[in-house]
Structures are given as structure tokens and as C-alpha cells.
Design a protein around this ligand. Structure first.
Ligand code: ATP
Ligand code: MG
Length: 171
């Protein structure tokens, strides 16, 4: 099964992100990520066996995640796949540390997908027709977070759907 670790936004923020996605979609086109799927990926794990997934769930359920607040204040784009995202102008120190601490645990478990550079972002559009954000007012959102989720990704004809397998405890 295809797994990744992510932060999932609280409901009020999910709606605000959905509004941003709507505005971006009106200007840039492409496929809008559904509200239910909006997330911040911390680690993409790829194809994992059922047994491995069980072990990962147990690990996630024992994680001690420091709470934090991520400020989203910038639009961004990954040109090649036509991804439009919302994130921060400066990579958030606490999130960078959280991502690094997860990979410090994952690498000894045999996971090798650690990216050379981590750009915290929430994908809003895929295959955008144009990646022009200059006319959009800058985002200004705060994302309070307390726990990390282990998600399973299913791909169907409408794109990916995610299922939560485990979450880190509330400290
Ligand atoms: P789809 O691929 O169907 O458009 P998706 O990208 O949301 O949808 P997945 O490909 O399963 O679904 O990815 C789950 C999450 O992991 C997404 O946030 C995606 O950006 C990220 N991701 C996927 N592949 C990689 C990769 N090779 N390296 C880093 N992150 C990845
Ligand atoms: Mg993908």
C-alpha cells in the first residue's frame, strides 16, 4: 500500500484553504484538490507491505510531536507538474525540525525517500493551466498542529483519496 506522513488541517483551516483553492482555481484552472484531501506532506514512504504498515502505525502512535503553529503567507508553484501551492516565504524552522526528526527515525527502518530539500507546502491545484499568482491577494493563515498522521493513498479516476491509518498521540 502507498503511504505517507502528513499534517491534516483542523476543520476551520480546511475550509479557509478550500477557499484559497477556489480562488486559485478561478485564475489558474487545473484540478482543484478536494477539501477533504488538503494536507501537508512530511514524508512520502511509497509502497509498503501490510506488515510494515502495522509497524509504522505502532511507531506513529508512540511519536512525541511538539505542537506548533505554521504561518502560511505565500503562494508557490512547482512548474513541471503544474502544481500550485500555499506555503510560507521562509521555511518554518519547527516544521523543518519535525520533518528531520521523522526521517531520523525512518532511515534506520530502511526508508530512503528523504528529499534533499524540504519545502513545506499545501498543494491546491494540480495540472494548472497557468501558474500566475501575482493577481491573487497574499494568503495569511495560521495552522496550529499537534499530531502527525499516517495516511494511505488510493488512486482512482478522480485522483487520490486518503485514509488515516494512525495518528500520533496528543501530549
Ligand atoms: P496523484 O498522484 O493521484 O495526483 P497525490 O499526489 O495526492 O495524488 P500520492 O501520489 O499518493 O497522491 O502522494 C501522496 C502525498 O505524497 C502527496 O502530498 C504527494 O505530493 C506526496 N508525494 C508523492 N510522491 C512523492 C515523492 N516521490 N516524493 C515526495 N513526495 C511525494
Ligand atoms: Mg502523486
Amino acid at each position: 500500500m502507498r503511504l505517507f506522513l502528513a499534517l491534516m488541517p483542523p476543520p476551520a483551516l480546511r475550509r479557509r484553504l478550500g477557499e484559497l483553492a477556489e480562488r486559485a482555481h478561478a485564475r489558474c484552472g487545473g484540478r482543484r484538490v478536494p477539501d477533504d484531501s488538503l494536507h501537508l506532506t512530511l514524508a512520502f514512504l511509497g509502497e509498503v507491505s501490510e506488515e510494515r504498515a502495522e509497524e509504522l502505525s505502532t511507531w506513529v502512535e508512540g511519536l512525541d510531536v511538539p505542537e506548533g503553529k505554521w504561518r502560511l503567507d505565500a503562494w508557490g508553484a512547482f512548474r513541471r507538474p503544474g502544481i500550485l501551492w500555499v506555503g510560507s516565504q521562509m521555511p518554518d524552522r519547527a516544521l523543518v525540525n519535525l520533518q528531520a526528526s521523522l526521517w531520523r527515525d525512518l532511515e534506520p527502518q530502511g526508508f530512503t525517500g528523504r528529499p534533499s530539500r524540504f519545502i513545506p507546502h499545501v498543494t491546491l491545484l494540480r495540472r494548472a493551466r497557468r501558474l500566475e499568482t501575482a493577481g491573487l491577494s497574499p494568503p495569511d493563515l495560521a495552522w496550529p498542529y499537534r499530531r502527525v498522521a499516517l495516511l494511505r493513498s488510493f488512486t482512482d479516476q478522480d485522483g487520490a483519496r486518503y485514509q488515516t491509518l494512525a495518528r500520533s498521540p496528543l501530549s
